[in-house]
Design a protein around this ligand. Structure first.
Ligand SMILES: *Cc1c(COP(=O)(O)O)cnc(C)c1O
Length: 393
């Protein structure tokens, strides 16, 4: 990747694949499964990887390349590979790097489907895991075994918006020669760049803030070039690559990431402040609220607090259900990072596959509500939440 001195917002807009002979301003969509060769020698040399060129869209496609180049610049990464979903990125990253017998040391508070990979599928290939508590990082080193290869974490966590001290994990990974892989989806590259804190690979679900408009599924892994090469070798054979159309949409979306995320964050802070003063709210958590237990770490690690606010309604599950039934403007949906504000009940939806014990250990109480604060006018968002809280008792 060629390094420039341009700033984040400029790279997000000006990183572009070569123009075609039409000299279009905005990149076209390359809807093609394969690419043609000039002659027999070109074909041979291309397959022998003596040339850096497109062969088949399962390996690479210009739209995918543009999207990957942008995210690499945003994250300060050497290379990347784009996937059809965030989970395809998570699975392929592990599948490419781990051997049978390897061990993963992961934060307990991780995305539900990643937890299911660790518990339901990796044991089939003798890949084991141990969870560490994110508020007990001093115990992480004791959990390292001779077969540990990866430390894995998300920050902020879903849905509790707790933070993990990434620099501390980076130091531990370095000391023990382990890979640190961070799912940075909740922050987006605009708010946090884990490579600065010692991460070797960064994973995103592009479905969330990167697309930001609830249209596509996508994923990406970026980081150290030698690791990405292994992931590329696995992915070009196993076939989870991102479609050119979705890659094109994401590239356009990234042009507005900074302005969108700024507004998501100011709206989310406004919602968090509104909830903090509300008599029917037991507690509210948002990384940039001074009452957040890790406010100092949030300020160090992130540029702003992100789009997700979590809170607990007084009155438990019953009050919670009434709240959801009374909501009018906000969507009851499973996504996040969308321009539309979304409310979810993690205990009965995204984290319903966890046992009650596992849920509580991940900080998910029965009455917890997660709001992904969108880009509507702040006062329209808070007035909907306000009328729904009024309606519960
Ligand atoms: C949504 C999400 C994923 C999975 O992404 P998909 O695009 O839905 O496959 C992984 N990690 C986190 C933190 C997520 O929020």
């Amino acid at each position: 990747m060629k390094k420039t001195n341009r700033r984040f917002e400029t790279e997000a807009i000006r990183t572009q694949i070569e123009r075609s002979s039409f000299l279009e301003h905005s990149s076209p969509i390359y809807m093609t499964s394969s690419f043609v060769f000039e002659d027999a020698e070109d074909m041979r040399a291309s397959f022998a990887e003596e040339k850096d060129r497109n062969i088949y869209s399962r390996y690479a496609n210009p739209n995918g390349t543009e999207f990957i180049d942008k995210v690499c610049k945003m994250e300060g990464a050497e290379a990347g590979f784009a996937f059809a979903s965030g989970m395809a990125a998570v699975f392929s990253t592990f599948a490419a790097l781990l051997e049978s017998g390897d061990h993963v040391l992961s934060a307990r508070n991780i995305f539900g489907s990643t937890h299911s990979l660790f518990t339901q599928f990796f044991p089939k290939w003798q890949i084991s895991h141990t969870y560490f508590k994110i508020d007990e990082l001093e115990k992480v080193e004791d959990l390292i075994t001779p077969r540990t290869k990866v430390i894995y974490a998300e920050s902020p966590t879903n849905p509790g918006v707790d933070l993990v001290d990434l620099e501390r994990l980076g130091t531990i990974a370095d000391k023990h020669g382990l890979l640190l892989i961070v799912d940075n989806c909740f922050a987006s590259p605009y708010l946090q760049q884990p490579i600065k804190f010692g991460a070797h690979l960064v994973i995103h679900s592009g479905t969330k803030l990167m697309d930001g408009q609830g249209r596509v599924l996508a994923g990406i892994t970026v980081g150290r070039a030698d690791l990405i090469d292994k992931i590329y070798r696995f992915a070009r054979i196993s076939g989870p690559s991102l479609s050119p159309f979705n890659a094109w949409l994401l590239s356009k979306s990234l042009e507005t990431l900074a302005v969108r995320v700024d507004r998501h964050c100011s709206n989310a802070l406004g919602v968090a402040q509104f909830l903090e003063d509300h008599p029917k709210v037991e507690w509210v958590k948002y990384p940039f609220l001074p009452s957040h237990p890790q406010y100092k770490l949030a300020k160090k690690q992130m540029k702003a607090g992100g789009c997700v606010v979590s809170f607990e309604i007084k009155g438990g599950v019953k009050a919670g259900r009434k709240f959801f039934d009374a909501i009018r403007l906000l969507s009851l949906s499973a996504n996040l990072g969308d321009s539309r504000s979304i409310v979810t009940h993690p205990a009965s939806t995204t984290h319903s596959k966890l046992s009650v014990k596992e849920r509580l250990e991940s900080g998910i109480t029965d009455g917890m509500v997660r709001i992904s604060v969108g880009l509507e006018h702040l006062e329209d968002i808070t007035s909907d939440i306000s009328q729904a809280l009024d309606a519960i008792y």
